[in-house]
Design a binder for this molecule. Structure first.
Ligand code: PLP
Length: 419
C-alpha cells in the first residue's frame, strides 16, 4: 500500500462504536476477565492491555502506523525523542560497553552520549559522518551500537548509509538511525539496511509543535542479527526480571518488546494517550506536508545561495551541496524543511535571527510555523568550542526550519533580515 494511504489508515481497526477518528483511550489500567487472563497477559501467552505505562490502545495505533510508514516490524512510542534515543542505547549497552556515534548529531544526543550515559559506565566513541571509514577502528568486542542521523541537525549532512551499514554488518553490530528530520516519508533507513530507527515525534510528526514524544522502530527479522550474537547476550540468555524469558526465542519483534517489558516497565517514559492521538492526527497529513516543506526549503536555499551576504548554504537538494548525490541516492520526494546557512560571524548571525518577522526565534524544528535558530547560542550552547567545530556548528551558522507559509513571504522576510 502507498504511504499516503498507510498514513491515514494503518493500525486502526474500528472498535464497537465504529468511530472514524481513532478514539483517545484515556485510561491508566485495563480490567482482566479473570486471574487466568491476567496471568496469560503477564506471561505473554496472550497479548493485551495491562497498564498504560506499558501499552495503550491509542498509542498502539500510533505505533502500528509509524511502523508501517517506516516499513518496520514493530514500533514503540516514548514520552520524548530523547527517551527514544536513550532507550535504544540502554536496550543494548551496559556499564563497560561502548557505542559509536556520529559527531554531527542533535545537541541533546551529544550531551546524552558524551556525558549522561558516561555516568552509567557506557563509553561513546565518535566518528565523522562525512568519513564513515573511521568507524572500523573504533569497534571492539564491547561495541553495541552505531548511532547516526539520516540528515544531521543542524549541519545538514546526509549519512552514507551503504558505507556505515557495511562496516557495522561486518561486525554484527546494530545500527540505529535518528530519522527525525527526514521523516519516513522522505527516507526509510530500514529499507537501506539499518536495524533500528528512532524519531522525535515532537517535530514533523505532530507538525504543529503540539506535543513532545518519540518512537523506536525495528526492522523485520532483526532476530537474525541478535540470535546467538555474543554482543547481545542479554537477548539470548534468561531475563531474571521477567521469569527467565529469552527474548530471541519469542516469535515477536524482540527489540521493541524488550524496550516495553524492561525499560518502559522500569523507567516509565511512556507517551500520554492524548499525545499519541495528536501524533496520529499529524501522521495523516505527513506525506502532503513533507512535500510542501521540501519544495519551499529548496526555493529558499536557492535564494540564499544567490545572496551576497551568505557564505554557504547547507541543503542536500542544492546541486552545489556536497551531499547532493547522497541525497539523490537515499531520499525520495524531497529533502525536508531544515536548512542552515553561514554568514560572516556570530554577531551577524544573531542580528539576522533577531530581525525576522515571520520566522520565530525558537529552538524547535518541523513546525508549520517557520523557525529561525542560532545553534551556537541555544541548542549547542553546552558544547565546547572544539565540540562546536566537530558538530559543524560555527558561530555564524543560522538554522531555518521552513514551515508551511507562502514561500515568497518567507523569502521577503529573510531579504529584510539579511539587510
Ligand atoms: N533528534 C533530533 C534530530 C532532534 O532535533 C531532537 C530535538 O530537537 C531530538 C532528537 C530530541 O527530541 P525531543 O525534543 O522530542 O526529546
Amino acid at each position: 500500500m502507498n504511504q499516503q494511504t498507510l498514513a491515514i489508515h494503518a493500525g486502526y481497526e474500528k472498535d464497537a462504536q465504529s468511530t472514524m477518528a481513532v478514539p483517545i483511550y484515556q485510561s491508566t489500567a485495563y480490567e482482566f476477565r479473570d486471574t487466568e487472563h491476567a496471568a496469560n497477559l503477564f506471561e505473554l501467552k496472550e497479548l493485551g492491555n495491562i497498564y498504560t505505562r506499558l501499552m495503550n490502545p491509542t498509542t498502539d495505533v500510533f505505533e502500528k502506523r509509524f511502523a508501517a510508514l517506516e516499513g518496520g516490524a514493530a514500533a514503540i512510542g516514548t514520552a520524548s525523542g530523547m527517551a527514544a534515543i536513550f532507550y535504544a542505547i540502554a536496550n543494548v549497552a551496559e556499564a563497560g560497553d561502548n557505542i559509536i556515534v556520529a559527531k554531527q548529531v542533535y545537541g541533546g544526543t551529544t550531551t546524552l552520549t558524551g556525558h549522561t550515559i558516561k555516568r552509567f559506565g557506557i563509553e561513546t566513541r565518535y566518528f565523522n559522518v562525512q568519513n564513515p571509514s573511521e568507524i572500523e577502528e573504533l569497534i571492539d568486542a564491547r561495541t553495541k551500537l552505531v548511532l547516526f542521523e539520516s540528515i544531521t541537525n543542524p549541519s545538514i549532512d546526509v549519512a552514507d548509509f551503504d558505507a556505515i551499514t557495511e562496516i557495522a554488518n561486518k561486525h554484527d553490530i546494530l545500527t540505529c538511525v535518528d530519522n527525525t528530520v527526514a521523516t519516513p516519508i522522505l527516507c526509510n533507513p530500514l529499507q537501506l539496511g539499518c536495524d533500528i530507527v528512532v524519531h522525535s515525534a515532537s517535530k514533523y510528526t505532530t507538525g504543529q509543535g503540539l506535543a513532545i514524544g518519540g518512537v523506536i522502530v525495528e526492522r523485520e527479522n532483526l532476530v537474525e542479527k541478535i540470535k546467538d550474537n555474543p554482543r547481545y547476550y542479554h537477548f539470548n540468555e534468561p531475563d531474571e526480571s521477567y521469569h527467565g524469558l529469552i527474548y530471541s526465542d519469542l516469535p515477536l519483534p524482540l527489540f521493541t518488546l524488550r524496550v516495553r517489558l524492561a525499560l518502559l516497565r522500569d523507567l516509565g517514559a511512556a507517551p500520554s494517550p492524548f499525545n499519541s492521538w495528536l501524533y496520529i492526527q499529524g501522521l495523516e497529513t505527513l506525506p502532503l506536508r513533507m512535500r510542501q516543506h521540501s519544495d519551499s526549503a529548496l526555493a529558499i536555499a536557492k535564494f540564499l545561495e544567490a545572496h551576497p551576504k551568505v557564505k554557504k548554504v547547507n541543503y542536500p537538494g542544492l546541486e552545489s551541496d556536497h551531499n547532493y548525490v547522497m541525497g539523490q541516492n537515499y531520499f525520495k520526494g524531497g529533502h525536508s524543511g531544515l536548512l542552515s546557512f553561514e554568514v560572516e560571524d556570530k554577531a551577524t548571525a544573531q542580528k539576522i535571527a533577531d530581525s525576522t518577522k515571520i520566522f520565530s526565534l525558537v529552538v524547535n524544528i518541523g513546525d508549520s510555523k517557520s523557525i529561525i535558530t542560532h545553534p551556537a547560542s541555544t541548542t549547542h550552547q553546552q558544547l565546547s568550542a572544539q565540540e562546536l567545530i566537530e558538530a559543524g556548528v560555527p558561530g555564524g551558522l543560522v538554522r531555518l526550519s521552513i514551515g508551511l507559509e507562502d514561500t515568497q513571504d518567507l523569502i521577503d522576510d529573510l531579504t529584510a533580515a539579511l539587510g
